[in-house]
Ligand binder design. Structure first.
Ligand code: AMP
Length: 476
């Protein structure tokens, strides 16, 4: 028999209680801020048809198609094969109505390219990102009928089969927001960025850089890409293998290359800013004015690109110097052509996705947020066999204090006082409540502050109010 292997899957990780406290804090503050800016949450499934991303991502993008976890839905495959057979009977003279073609033959037919519309329906994948899902949902649910702009946010895991390293996982988490509708006013872009700056502030992350660029539009970008291709053709032999391929498939991605030897060559390439049309230049100038109005510092980075046709104008990234090689905290940009590409009406759109894993890392580095959850009060109860009252009283008090918002530990079994207090200390409890027969008889309980052993006696009615004040929860 094979030895049981308990190892976690490559690129996946557990997030333990020590960390989830900060994760939950971060997710809660992100939601609060986005909701204040008028964004509402959307929850899309983590599985989608693979074709959704094949269509929206294309080749040579940030998320390579080979990184997507996809599989064939077997049940749907069987149904699809019936359809292939029926269509084949109608259209394919090589299949006779009198014989039922074997499964292999049907699979071959399906692979032939003739049945792509059927084949497309049965490949499912784990989402590598959520913008395409959000835009799909926007179209599916007729959100274009909403008054004004539709502002959506999402929180959840994404999956990419990347080479794992620090800050790069195969299941990672993103929080993102999208603004969809009929306006592409630069103020939308600037307000979206402002929202991120507010979030960075709440997280007390002081060291960050906003990289900003415009990548033009359908009018001006093709001319730039053609110029880029011309320049690159001349130096083709000197760039890395990936870039040689990109010259053909998507020259813009060359600008993104991280290979050190390519950098001097890339530095000499023409810059998109010199090729923007008048409308794109005006959009970018207004975006700059809008950012200045909000006192948000930025660095124009002509090499910051997105490789797809539906991306246009504003692109931005927020990086953090404390993160090492994977230093991007947030990526975002305009994608005015995406809804149309996915079969919807022309719609303007802009959004961002932030990497939660990396934000958490940056918050820890900054070291100014304490989200740890603490036990407020440990109930040290001791009744002895004679007492029928002690434990029921402890249960009642625990329930009351929890209802008042306090975190209460109530040991399930009786312990000696010394052991109880020892455990309360190890758990980091703020207070211990000593509850025995004498206390019940007197109607007064001893509350001990564990940081300095200061004790006071309180009645049952006074406990909740005192503890809320003592643990800083009175104002919540
Ligand atoms: P993207 O969707 O590729 O534009 O990424 C947006 C953000 O998600 C990045 O800036 C990162 O913070 C984060 N991110 C992307 N890929 C990963 C990954 N494999 N592991 C952790 N975070 C990631």
């Amino acid at each position: 028999m094979l030895k049981f292997n308990r190892e976690i899957v490559t690129g996946m990780r557990d997030i333990l209680p020590h960390d989830t406290a900060l994760w939950n804090w971060f997710e809660a503050i992100s939601r609060r801020i986005m909701e204040r800016y008028g964004y509402r949450e959307i929850r899309t499934p983590i599985a989608e048809r693979a074709s959704l991303f094949e269509r929206s991502l294309g080749e040579e993008t940030d998320v390579a198609l080979k990184e997507i976890y996809s599989w064939i839905d077997q049940q749907q495959l069987n149904r699809a094969l019936f359809k292939v057979r029926d269509v084949a009977y109608e259209t394919n003279s090589k299949i006779s109505k009198h014989e039922s073609p074997p499964r292999e033959r049907l699979l071959q037919l399906m692979d032939s390219g003739e049945f792509d519309d059927i084949a497309e329906r049965i490949r499912i994948c784990l989402r590598p990102e959520a913008t395409a899902s959000v835009v799909r949902a926007y179209i599916d649910h007729g959100m274009y009928l909403n008054p004004g702009l539709t502002k959506l946010y999402y929180v959840g895991p994404m999956f990419r089969r990347e080479r794992p390293q620090k800050g790069r996982y195969r299941q990672f988490y993103q929080i993102g927001a999208e603004v969809l509708g009929q306006s592409d006013a630069p103020a939308i872009d600037a307000e979206l960025i402002e929202m991120l700056v507010v979030l960075l502030g709440e997280c007390k992350i002081e060291k960050w850089t906003l990289l900003l660029n415009s990548i033009g539009c359908k009018e001006c970008r093709p001319k730039y890409v053609a110029a880029l291709r011309r320049e690159l053709a001349a130096v083709k032999e000197t760039v890395c293998g990936d870039c040689q391929r990109r010259i053909e498939t998507n020259p813009l991605r060359v600008l993104d290359c991280k290979v050190p030897q390519d950098q001097p060559i890339i530095a000499k390439l023409p810059s998109i800013s010199e090729h923007l049309c008048a409308a794109c230049r005006a959009h970018f100038a207004e975006l700059e004015a809008q950012l200045k109005l909000r006192e948000i510092p930025y660095t124009i980075t002509p090499r910051l690109v997105r490789g797809l046709d539906y991306y246009m104008r504003t692109t931005f990234e927020i990086t953090s110097p404390v993160l090492g090689a994977q230093n991007a905290l947030v990526g975002g940009g305009r994608y005015d052509g995406l809804a149309e590409l996915l079969g919807g009406q022309p719609t303007k759109g802009i959004g961002f996705a932030l990497g939660t894993d990396r934000f958490i890392e940056a918050i820890r580095e900054a070291g100014k947020v304490d989200a740890a959850l603490r036990v407020d009060v440990f109930i040290a109860w001791l009744g002895g066999p004679a007492s029928a009252q002690v434990y029921p009283t402890a249960v009642r008090i625990a329930r009351k204090l929890r209802a008042a918002g306090l975190c209460v530990e109530l040991p399930p079994e009786e312990m000696k006082l010394k052991k109880s207090l020892g455990l309360a200390d190890k758990l980091g409890a703020r207070y211990a409540l000593i509850l025995g027969e004498n206390e019940i008889a007197a109607g007064k309980f001893v509350l001990k502050r564990l940081s300095d052993a200061q004790q006071r006696e309180l009645s049952e009615g006074e406990l909740a109010g005192f503890l809320r004040a003592g643990t800083g929860k009175a104002n919540h």
